[in-house]
Ligand binder design. Structure first.
Ligand SMILES: Cc1ncc(COP(=O)(O)O)c(C=O)c1O
Length: 395
């Protein structure tokens, strides 16, 4: 049985799947820091380029360490194929741009990470691809947005930063009825807690920069789908335009995958403890956590996610000034714009990741001046909760 076999538990696949051992029989995955490959004869080189014999050609699109990362991700996600990219944004851009031509139309939920929203709203229209942003929670809004030329639906769930949970299976059905494909950015759910392909999505994208690395070291991205989807929409775009993952980053991310389930489980426990400790706090005016029964889409979350979240969103009383007083009073939890790290982190979305939006657009998405996004790290939960409570006392 191959290590990628789905009858192995996810934890086992995360450690073994996709490994390519060299002639030295190394235990840990090898780092192939090479641009290209040599051939014993011109004939062998010709055959390799004609794809009549298997093998690697050039690290812009084929490298053994990157291939191990892609194969391990595909085995974990339950996808037929995967392609790694330099960043999460390169993965999102490839997944969208690879499917459309001038004259096509894309529908996306408006609750998107700032960069993703820019690609949909500002970048695609430059090339004659129209886009419509809708409230992703409203299934009728997806239906109403469909045009004869709609090719792609795009969403993230839970959303960044307000942690809304969109019904992936329902949106996939609407997309397919309209003859469109659904792309899901699964960064906030992580591959441990949500499997969009099993829910009907056609393509899943990750910023591997987040939980997959999980230790704040390097950037990366990955696109996962069926072999046909990857060949039709993704492979040539990445091969010929070159937003490739470096072999070094692939090696770091491979080692990150080995511990992903341990880290994400622990981070989820800590996030749940934080949500529990802060939910009734008098300085908090609103708290959203996908693992809680009071989450606005708790039923959907329970249906499509097998765990809570490593993130908690909450609103500190006193608007931006209150939130800033809270952030500045933290001693252990660090202020940043990133998430999914070994270190617990807090972000003020209105002035960082979603700063580019207008005040009205932010209000529509529940991104108030008081909103804080907390990302659980690997510290002891007691210390993290203690730091947050002490800082809230300063608000
Ligand atoms: C939901 C989501 N998608 C995509 C990205 C982009 O990933 P990267 O920073 O690796 O390009 C991020 C974060 O940056 C994100 O939070």
């Amino acid at each position: 049985m191959s290590a990628s076999d789905p009858s192995y538990h996810p934890e086992t696949r995360l450690v073994h799947a996709g490994t390519l051992r060299s002639q030295f029989g190394e235990t840990s995955e090898s780092l192939f820091l090479t641009q290209g490959f040599v051939y014993d004869s011109a004939e062998e080189c010709e055959e390799r380029f004609a794809s009549s014999t298997p093998g690697f050609l050039y690290s812009r699109f084929s490298n053994p360490t990157v291939a191990m990362f892609e194969r391990r991700m595909a085995a974990f996600e339950g996808a037929e194929a995967a392609r790694a990219t330099a960043t999460g944004m390169a993965a999102v851009t490839a997944a969208l741009v690879g499917q459309v031509r001038a004259g096509d139309h894309v529908v996306a939920a408006k609750a998107l990470f700032g960069g993703c929203r820019w690609v949909v709203e500002d970048f695609l229209p430059r090339f004659g691809v129209a886009s419509t942003l809708i409230n992703g929670l409203d299934l009728d809004a997806w239906r109403r947005a469909v045009r004869p030329n709609t090719k792609v639906f795009f969403l993230e769930s839970p959303t960044n930063p307000a942690l809304d949970v969109i019904d992936i299976a329902a949106v996939a059905k609407i997309a397919h009825d309209a003859g469109a494909n659904l792309v899901v950015d699964n960064v906030f759910a992580t591959p441990l807690w949500q499997s969009p392909l099993a829910l009907g999505a056609d393509c899943v994208v990750y910023s591997a920069t987040k939980h997959i690395d999980g230790q704040g070291r390097c950037l990366g991205g990955v696109v996962l789908a069926s072999e046909v989807f990857i060949q039709e929409h993704i492979h040539m775009l990445l091969r010929q335009t070159g937003p490739s993952m470096s072999p070094f980053n692939a090696w770091v991310l491979l080692k990150g995958l080995e511990t992903l389930h341990l880290r994400v489980r622990r981070q989820t426990e800590t996030a749940a403890a934080v949500a529990q400790a802060l939910a009734e706090h008098p300085a908090i005016t609103r708290l959203v956590y996908p693992g809680r029964p009071d989450h606005p889409q708790a039923a959907t979350a329970q249906r499509q996610m097998s765990g809570g979240s490593t993130l908690v969103a909450f609103e500190v009383g006193g608007g931006k000034a209150g939130a800033f007083r809270f952030l500045d009073a933290l001693k252990l939890v660090r202020i940043t714009n990133n998430l999914g790290d070994a270190k617990s982190l807090v972000t003020h979305p209105a002035t960082t990741t979603h700063q580019r939006l207008t005040a009205e657009q932010r209000a529509e998405l529940g991104i108030s001046g008081g909103l804080v996004r907390f990302s659980a790290g690997l510290e002891h939960a007691y210390d993290v909760v203690g730091d947050l409570l002490a800082a809230l006392a300063a608000v």
